[in-house]
Design a protein around this ligand. Structure first.
Ligand code: FMN
Length: 288
């Protein structure tokens, strides 16, 4: 059950919780207070609670006053304050800032120190628009002519948005970074993701906004001409995409996510697993 509760004395009815909701779960009620309309779409990201300027919104009974203030300077606070940004200013990032990001990237760890990464950095809005338009055009074609193409299947539920010209994939971001790795690299799938994780934190420390973009990653795989536009060298595989820009939104507090599962191992309890248990474990280990 996903709920939001509004403190009507504090709520200024600005609608930031509504405009920042990834899955459009929240709407205004008849008195212009936000309410949870589509609970089933909610992914518990808590953007609604963390963006509220007055601390009027509680997600799942969590008290917004128990969140920490946003802080992009101390490392732990930065990790807690990091958010996916989906609303960007119509401005480009400066060349000096790009230089800072690029020089940081040389320090990221790679498996066996292979260092065989390639970054395609879309540094201008005009170049980004060419890619945005081409990808959106291809998705629209796939949606209208090739109902059976795997990409059409993935985007079917956003069809209306694409037809209305909404930037479902790139969220109006003025830049993006695509991390690719040599197919010969020992950790070809891990290295780019590690690099982008470092980049995300450093970028947010510098006041930038980022968003991992699985949708764009999918499109790169299906539309090889986009890889050419991004100058991805042959023998390199695009692994992940990060959107980048100057945020048009400001978060006030950190989320209060549910903890993961931990095995707190202080001593080893040896068990003799049966053949079937071992086989099941092996299958699980090698799935995907
Ligand atoms: C691997 C990965 C792929 C993602 N792909 C997308 C995407 O295609 N579009 C998008 O808007 N957000 C995407 N996200 C962002 C997640 O939706 C986001 O991390 C989640 O909602 C939690 O919000 P937060 O990052 O602000 O804490 C992606 C995140 C990850 C880690």
């Amino acid at each position: 059950m996903k709920t939001i509760e509004i403190n009507k004395e504090k709520c200024v009815r600005c609608g930031l919780c509504i405009s920042d909701c990834l899955t459009s779960c929240i709407e205004f009620d008849k008195d212009n207070f936000p309410y949870m309309k589509n609970e089933e779409n909610c992914i518990s990201c808590e953007h609604c609670m963390t963006i509220c300027p007055t601390g009027a919104l509680s997600f799942n009974h969590k008290n917004p006053d128990e969140s920490e203030p946003v802080n992009y300077y101390d490392i732990l606070s930065l990790i807690k304050s990091r958010r996916s940004i989906r609303q960007y200013k119509d401005e480009e990032i400066s060349a000096e800032t790009f230089d800072k990001l690029k020089s940081m990237l040389s320090y990221v760890p790679t498996g066996c120190n292979a260092h065989s990464l390639h970054f395609s950095i879309v540094e201008t809005k005009s170049a980004m628009d060419v890619i945005r338009n081409k990808v959106n055009e291809n998705v629209l074609k796939a949606l209208s002519y090739k109902a059976l193409s795997p990409i059409a299947d993935k985007f079917e539920k956003y069809k209306k948005g694409f037809e209305e010209g909404k930037d479902i994939i790139f969220r109006g971001a003025p830049h993006m970074i695509v991390a690719s790795s040599s197919i010969k690299a020992p950790c070809a799938l891990e290295d780019p993701v590690i690099a982008l994780s470092y980049l995300e934190l450093y970028a947010q420390h510098l006041g930038l906004g980022t968003c991992w973009c699985g949708f764009a990653e999918m499109c790169l795989k299906f539309f090889p001409e986009i890889c050419d536009m991004l100058e991805i060298p042959s023998g390199y595989k695009p692994v992940y995409v990060m959107l980048l820009g100057i945020p048009a939104v400001k978060y006030q507090r950190t989320p209060q996510p549910e903890p993961f599962k931990f095995a707190e191992i202080k001593e080893i309890h040896q068990k003799d697993s049966c053949f079937f248990c071992k086989a099941k474990r092996l299958v699980t280990n090698f799935i995907r």
